[in-house]
Design a protein around this ligand. Structure first.
Ligand SMILES: *[C@@H]1O[C@H](CO)[C@@H](O)[C@H](O)[C@H]1NC(C)=O
Length: 244
């Protein structure tokens, strides 16, 4: 007898894999840009001395708008000083990265040095309303809070150099003199002859060229691009700071 009457069991319908793939692609299309965006954003700053924030270990002065600046004094007492110098540190630094002036030299030349954590660095509060001018006004207020008198000298190192320009523009009547040490320049400034800009550009280390290039052309990438190092205060706790 023929088995023609026996029916085969129906094949299972193929899974709708097309739909699954589409959903997966859609999820990735939403998830990946969100992840990338999150990676590019700096986290909110931790305020020193606030609940959940790092402790305050240094001496700080309060500005009129409520922010604090941490500072460090070295050299001879300011009322005996011939030169009262405010030192402005560069990138990834803090108040301990001031000029390492030996006590003998400070005594001989009559130097009082005041260095401070720039807003948002180490133990100084960030300034959410920071502008090109605000840092000059911060320097002036710091000098007044510490009673440095009508005039003082300024010294800016590396990326602290640009702050010298702001101070020369906005508080020049308070400045006895200004020194800019190894500043990071604006290599795109049209006021410099192009061969001079090019010469200066090539003086930089390769990693500094990249960092400056990224912050100029792709500023939104700057936070992600910048290497995370141990904090300046940690570095100075590991190795003693400059002779004070
Ligand atoms: C740039 O060019 C000018 C004029 O040709 C020259 O006098 C100057 O020395 C050059 N500077 C550098 C850094 O090459």
């Amino acid at each position: 007898m023929a088995a023609s009457g026996v029916k085969r069991p129906p094949r299972p319908a193929p899974a709708s894999s097309g739909g699954m793939v589409r959903k997966l692609i859609l999820a990735l299309a939403v998830f990946l840009p969100a992840l990338v965006y999150q990676q590019l954003q700096p986290p909110p700053p931790k305020i020193c001395g606030s609940p959940g924030g790092p402790p305050v270990t240094g001496t700080r002065t309060q500005l009129k708008d409520g922010r604090h600046l941490a500072y460090l004094e070295s050299g001879v007492p300011k009322d005996q000083a011939k030169y009262k110098i405010i030192f402005v540190h560069g990138f990834d630094s803090c108040r301990y990265d001031a000029l390492p002036i030996s006590p003998e030299l400070a005594q001989e030349l009559g130097i009082y040095q005041l260095s401070f954590d720039r807003p948002g660095y180490a133990e100084s509060d960030p300034n959410p309303a920071s502008t090109e001018k605000s840092i000059a006004l911060d320097v002036e207020e710091l000098a007044d809070n510490l009673q440095l008198g009508p005039k003082f000298y300024l010294m800016g190192f590396s990326m602290g150099g640009e702050i010298m320009w702001s101070c020369l523009k906005h508080i020049s009547h308070r400045l006895a003199g200004v020194a800019i040490l190894g500043p990071v320049g604006n290599y795109w400034w049209s006021g410099l002859p192009s061969n001079v800009s090019w010469h200066a550009w090539n003086q930089q280390l390769p990693q500094d060229k990249w960092a400056v290039w990224v912050s100029h052309h792709l500023p939104w990438l700057t936070y992600w691009w910048t290497p995370r190092s141990s904090s300046c205060l940690q570095r100075h706790r590991l190795q003693p700071g400059p002779p004070l």
